[in-house]
Design a binder for this molecule. Structure first.
Ligand code: GSH
Length: 206
């Protein structure tokens, strides 16, 4: 059975879990990372020398890097749907997967500052700068892309929606002031109609 190592509150673990749930695969999840430890043990490092989560073991095939895990599982189990078959359609979806790390970088201080740092230790300047940058990025890039598209890569849900959906969930749920982004909000509503998204992604941030 597919195994995945990673704590459920990690944004990158959520991406892999959402793909797994979306595909209806049977899996075993092992808590790892932060308070659970595990990632610095020699056994884990042999699988993933980065000592980060997630890592999967698919019948002896070990894979890390969350977006690559999503790509791999989509190509293996949902070629032609979650993983578009046409080259340009697939590249379009992959572009949004990679762009998710751009938003993650902008959101880092916001998420860590507001969710994982006690109020008296918060760097409010860094939090405000990150919130401003994240909102600007979403407005200039994702909001515009979704003007004529139901999902990031076109008319149907693909692997392209998964990483960016997880990053936008954080932006939507952190206590900051957000500009109105009607297209992003409508798309986010479509993600919220997916049971797998509600189960493993859109849960309270910790
Ligand atoms: N690029 C990697 C980054 C993985 C990563 O940074 N994971 C974080 C959690 S989101 C981690 O392992 N942090 C240390 C820990 O949880 O102990 C991926 O997408 O898989």
């Amino acid at each position: 059975m597919l195994k995945i190592w990673g704590r459920t509150n990690s944004v990158n673990v959520k991406k892999a879990l959402w793909a797994i749930e979306e595909l209806g695969l049977k899996y075993e999840r092992i808590d790892a990372g932060m308070q659970f430890g595990v990632t610095k043990t020699p056994e884990y490092r042999r699988m993933n020398p980065n000592s980060l989560v997630p890592t999967i073991d698919d019948g002896g095939f070990i894979l890390w890097e969350s977006h690559t895990i999503v790509r791999y599982l989509a190509a293996k189990h949902a070629a032609g749907t979650l993983c578009p078959s046409e080259l340009r359609a697939r590249a379009d979806a992959e572009r949004w997967m990679d762009w998710a790390f751009t938003l993650q970088g902008a959101m880092r201080d916001v998420f860590w500052g507001l969710i994982r740092t006690p109020p008296e230790k918060r760097d409010m300047k860094a939090i405000e700068a990150g919130a401003k940058r994240s909102s600007e990025l979403l407005q200039a890039v994702l909001e515009k892309n979704l003007e004529n598209r139901a999902y990031v890569a076109g008319t149907s849900f693909t692997m392209g929606d998964i990483p960016i959906g997880c990053e936008v969930q954080r932006w939507m749920r952190v206590p900051i002031e957000r500009p109105r982004l009607p297209n992003v909000e409508t798309w986010f509503g479509r993600l919220r109609a997916r049971p797998a998204f509600l189960k493993v992604v859109d849960v309270p941030l910790t």
